[in-house]
Design a protein around this ligand. Structure first.
Ligand code: SF4
Length: 306
């Protein structure tokens, strides 16, 4: 059998592990990792950093890669960081990912804090959706955002970094376009001093690069999928965008930046709604009762009795 010709990195003689199809370059392990870390460094240098950043850390590959990148560049950033994990209470899924999250934080020597739906809201996600046709992901998203915010406040954290990558952004842009809901793009709420600022240091790093970064650092784990993750519009959009990216490299980047550019140019022409104060919990939200309290009000009344 003929030897396969080895492809070298475009920057050194090392064996290539990744083809950047947009820039038409091959990268070895060291240069791929350097590229990811440079991008996180560049992103962080573009924002005003507080004393401490909370890294939203689910234990999955994206947030694991982000935490590792933070560790790698910690001497270049003028703040410290801690990992923040939300345990939604999903049987057969969360136990493994929480264990993985704890082990990774121990290995990386990162301070780690966990908050549980059951402690904060009195119910797990499983209990909240049991016996009803409520959409688990919608409820999970609303409550997780609040839980993360509560945990951040407890730790005096005013900035939260999430592992959203370029592919996530491209998918969201296309989903917003498909839904035709211009409010999602241009309106929503104005800034609030109450909520921690969200940052996305992987906004220009593709999912393939993030996955490879986690793999090459020996941090990728084969974890179970959430049982509530069913085929969704995002899944369909994801498949579509992968096809476009394969046939037209750069499609993801164009889709992701397109919405940003629209916002920059036309965002000021749209009025942002001010937050109202929830009459139940006192947190800022929309309407008289915030989404979190609405979700909890509709919780099945018998979930505690089992
Ligand atoms: Fe939550 Fe849905 Fe993600 Fe599961 S798939 S963790 S329910 S958002």
């Amino acid at each position: 059998m003929a030897d396969k010709q080895k492809i070298s990195c475009s920057y050194c003689s090392g064996p290539a592990v990744y083809l950047d199809r947009v820039r038409q370059i091959h990268l070895c392990k060291a240069h791929l990792m350097g590229q990811v870390e440079d991008e996180v460094r560049r992103y962080l240098s573009s924002v005003e950093l507080p004393e401490i950043i909370g890294v939203a850390f689910s234990g999955g590959k994206d947030s694991t890669a982000l935490l590792k990148a933070f560790c790698q560049i910690k001497h270049d950033i003028p703040c410290r960081f801690v990992a923040l994990t939300v345990d939604e209470g999903i049987e057969g899924y969360r136990q493994d990912t929480i264990r993985a999250a704890k082990e990774i934080c121990q290995a990386l020597e990162v301070e780690h804090h966990i908050i549980r739906f059951s402690d904060l809201f009195g119910s797990t996600l499983d209990q909240l959706v049991a016996g009803s046709d409520r959409n688990a992901c919608t409820i999970c998203g609303i409550l997780r955002r609040r839980a993360l915010e509560v945990l951040a406040r407890e730790q005096g954290i005013r900035m939260i970094a999430t592992g959203h990558n370029l592919d996530d952004h491209a998918q969201t842009t296309l989903m917003n376009a498909i839904s035709g809901d211009i409010k999602k793009v241009f309106t929503g709420h104005g800034p609030s001093a109450w909520y921690a600022k969200r940052i996305k240091p992987f906004a220009r790093v593709s999912e393939r690069e993030v996955t490879l970064y986690a793999l090459l650092n020996g941090l990728f784990r084969d974890l179970p999928e959430c049982p509530y993750a069913v085929t969704s519009l995002r899944g369909e959009v994801r498949t579509l965008l992968y096809r476009y990216e394969r046939d037209h490299p750069g499609s993801m980047l164009h889709a992701a930046t397109c919405e940003e550019q629209f916002r920059e140019r036309f965002g000021s022409e749209f009025v942002r709604e001010p937050y109202t104060t929830c009459t139940v919990c006192g947190w800022p939200g929309s309407g008289e009762i915030c989404q979190v309290c609405m979700v909890l009000r509709k919780a099945p009344s018998d979930h505690d009795s089992s």
